[in-house]
Design a binder for this molecule. Structure first.
Ligand code: COS
Length: 386
């Protein structure tokens, strides 16, 4: 599944222009209001951003993984909250249906996801199940042809905007094999949202708890129709999600580097531009080299997904995804830190984008699997090999 080269180049150029001319100038408004302006959301829908990954047969654009990371790189160059509006739709919110859903589920949900009529969100994490996702406690009890859901999901991105959740709950015994993935409409009686989380950065993104008290969901809403497959679905979804976060990290690093180089060219001390001093150049050089290394890795891993059916997983690719997420998200943390350092005291003032990026990129090392989870996945895969 991929868009033809000519159409894709046109799309990529449009996204680049949209980021530069429309989103970057709105970053301060976003930061102050903690909200993505409604006219920007409307333009995103018109551009087709909500349907980037949904196949054409369901009304989307149907990008390949290699194409998707290129688009996410461009979106990474601005505040993450803009991408977040549709990020769960093209990513973790809907991919479970695309990968493992029944033909009926795909037909019922994917066209609405692609048009942006339906916002989907991914609900795995719980108060007591973060890194140890297989220990989740949300209970789904069979009652006739429905399941009754009870439990709490935590830090759920886009929950206040969501029309439906891909939600993991326990239908069976302990461990990963007892988990099923459900499509849960947000307006199901018994579902409540917690208050909006106050975060360190990424202002304009919306996260909160999703609380279920006897919420009844049709048994037909189990993704793929077979209970006990939900953990695997979630892990496959996260494989792609983690690579997209790696691409966003590279995009963010490129913007921070551009801002830092521009500042170094402009700012004068000791009678000349600070960029003429080799100690400043060394920081820029390290950031440039690390960015190129990370981006090469992300593109290499993306190519390995292309041409493979979405529902099939490959432990070697999962391991490489973890390498990409580990490296790219840590890399952008270092690039942001150097960016603030190059700006000096000005880098600590929110007049400059590096101050905001410094806070925004911190989350990239945490969500969709911490750096330590990525290390664990890589280490375990290496130990499995002869
Ligand atoms: N694709 C397909 N299947 C996968 C998979 C993948 N990437 N990763 C694991 N599985 C399968 C395993 O093969 C195993 O199947 P079998 O029981 O048939 O052998 C099953 O899922 C359980 O896997 P595993 O034993 O590795 O589970 P663990 O409980 O040890 O969990 C970690 C492993 C820690 C890696 C996992 O819980 C994880 O990724 N945690 C972080 C969660 C996360 O990213 N949260 C963020 C939420 S979204 S913001």
């Amino acid at each position: 599944m991929a868009l033809d080269i000519e159409s894709f180049e046109l799309l990529l150029a449009t996204v680049q222009r949209f980021v530069r001319d429309r989103l970057e100038p709105a970053e301060d408004i976003l930061e102050d209001s903690d909200e993505v302006p409604a006219d920007i959301v409307r333009d995103m829908k018109e551009l087709g951003l909500f349907g980037l990954t949904v196949p054409e047969e369901y009304g989307g654009i149907g990008l390949s993984m290699s194409q998707e990371v290129l688009v996410n790189y461009e979106l990474g160059r601005t505040a993450p909250a803009f991408r977040s509006v549709f990020g769960t739709n093209i990513g973790i919110g809907s991919q479970g249906i695309l990968m493992d859903g029944t033909p009926e589920q795909k037909r019922a949900y994917l066209p609405k996801v692609a048009s942006g009529e339906l916002i989907m969100s991914f609900a795995l994490t719980e108060p007591d199940a973060g890194t140890d996702a297989a220990s989740l406690k949300t209970r789904a009890q069979l009652d006739g042809d429905h399941y009754v859901l009870n439990g709490t999901k935590r830090f759920i991105t886009n929950a206040p905007r969501a029309g439906a959740f891909t939600l993991m709950a326990r239908t069976g015994g302990p461990g990963a094999g007892g988990i099923s993935a459900f499509i849960v409409p947000a307006n199901t009686p018994g579902i409540k949202l917690g208050k909006k989380d106050k975060k360190m950065g990424q202002r304009g993104t919306m996260t909160c708890d999703v609380i279920m008290e006897n919420a009844r969901v049709p048994a037909a809403n189990i993704i793929g129709g077979v209970p006990g497959q939900g953990f695997k679905t979630a892990m496959k979804v996260l494989d792609r999600g983690r690579l997209n976060i790696s691409a966003v990290s590279c995009g963010a690093a490129s913007r921070i580097l551009d801002e830092s180089a521009a500042y170094a060219r402009d700012r004068k001390q000791f009678g000349k531009a600070i960029g003429e001093f080799q100690l400043i150049q060394a920081m820029l050089a390290d950031s440039q080299a690390e960015l190129l290394a990370g981006w090469s890795l992300v593109q290499d891993v993306a190519r390995r997904f292309d041409g493979k059916p979405a529902h099939v997983s490959d432990p070697d690719i999962s391991m490489r995804v973890s390498c990409a997420k580990l490296f790219a998200t840590e890399m952008v943390g270092r690039v942001a830190d150097r960016g603030v350092q190059i700006h000096g005291g000005a880098g600590y003032i929110n007049e400059y984008p590096v101050e905001r990026f410094y806070r925004d990129v911190r989350l990239l090392r945490l969500y969709e699997g911490t750096t330590q989870v990525q290390q664990l996945i890589i280490g375990r895969e290496l130990m499995r090999r002869d």
